[in-house]
Design a protein around this ligand. Structure first.
Ligand SMILES: Cc1cc2nc3c(=O)[nH]c(=O)nc-3n(C[C@H](O)[C@H](O)[C@H](O)COP(=O)(O)O)c2cc1C
Length: 236
């Protein structure tokens, strides 16, 4: 085989392989082929609003403008909710009983909800500060319906869903661990709330939903029980 024929065949092989990967994974732009992973930009740790101001301004928002969030904004929000703040010890922005971290954060991204990210349900991976796609497509309407038809929720470009795997905490603290998990959801939720406010964004907070329906719509593993949903976006 001549040298240029060999190069041509190699190029065809690589192109064919890339097309097959794309066809089977259907990965959104920015994901690493085969890993279904989207790395988030490093969160910017300087803000212009004091904690006191954020606490004063914070209100539950139930009406959102159809304005997309940026990947940098999403990065900051997820980091604030449950990201790693001490990589040496693996500690996070929210406190956790026994540092057992029973929560998982999912994001339902609407169509055009985040620049550069396809609509779908993503799982936040704090250690890698990355997103893993779980389900493709815009699930906001279904989640709103499963939340006693609170359709205002579906206006928000994203919904952040906090789930808990109780046994991570009850394994050590038994029955009392349930109480600890519920406290921790509040910590992560308030972190997210205040971060939204300090970035000029707004958040709603929803506890009224059908647990099983929401879990099924989002495609989360059965052990991850949804406890809180926070629609996030630009207030209208
Ligand atoms: C645990 C919890 C569950 C909530 N569930 C809902 C809900 O399902 N729908 C809703 O519209 N607001 C919900 N809210 C928001 C409250 O109505 C709101 O926080 C309250 O009216 C106080 O207003 P503020 O958050 O603007 O200060 C919930 C709040 C909390 C803390």
């Amino acid at each position: 085989m001549r040298g240029d024929e060999g190069i041509f065949l190699k190029a065809c092989f690589l192109l064919g392989f890339a097309s097959i990967c794309f066809f089977f994974t259907g990965l959104p732009p920015g994901t690493k082929g085969g890993e279904k992973m989207t790395s988030l930009p490093r969160p910017e740790l300087k803000g212009s609003m004091s904690t006191e101001e954020a606490l004063t301004i914070r209100r539950t928002v139930r009406s959102f403008a159809p304005t997309a969030l940026t990947l940098s904004q999403l990065s900051k929000l997820l980091w604030a909710a449950y990201g790693i703040s001490d990589s040496r010890e693996g500690k996070r922005t929210a406190p956790s009983a026994g540092a057992l971290y029973p929560l998982d954060i999912y994001v339902a991204v609407g169509k055009g909800g985040v620049g550069g990210l396809e609509s779908g349900v993503y799982h936040y991976l704090p250690v890698r500060h990355a997103l893993e796609i779980i389900v493709s497509g815009d699930r906001r309407g279904e989640v709103a319906q499963a939340s006693l038809w609170q359709m205002w929720m579906a206006e928000a470009p994203i919904m952040v869903i906090i789930t808990a795997e109780y046994k991570r905490t009850t394994g050590k603290y038994r029955e009392r661990g349930i109480r600890y998990v519920h406290m921790e959801v509040g910590h992560a939720g308030e972190n997210l709330f205040l971060q939204c406010v300090s970035m000029g964004l707004g958040a709603g907070i929803v506890g009224a939903f059908n647990d099983d329906e929401v879990a099924e719509i989002l495609g989360v593993p059965p052990r991850h029980e949804p406890l809180l949903i926070m629609p996030v976006g630009h207030p209208r």
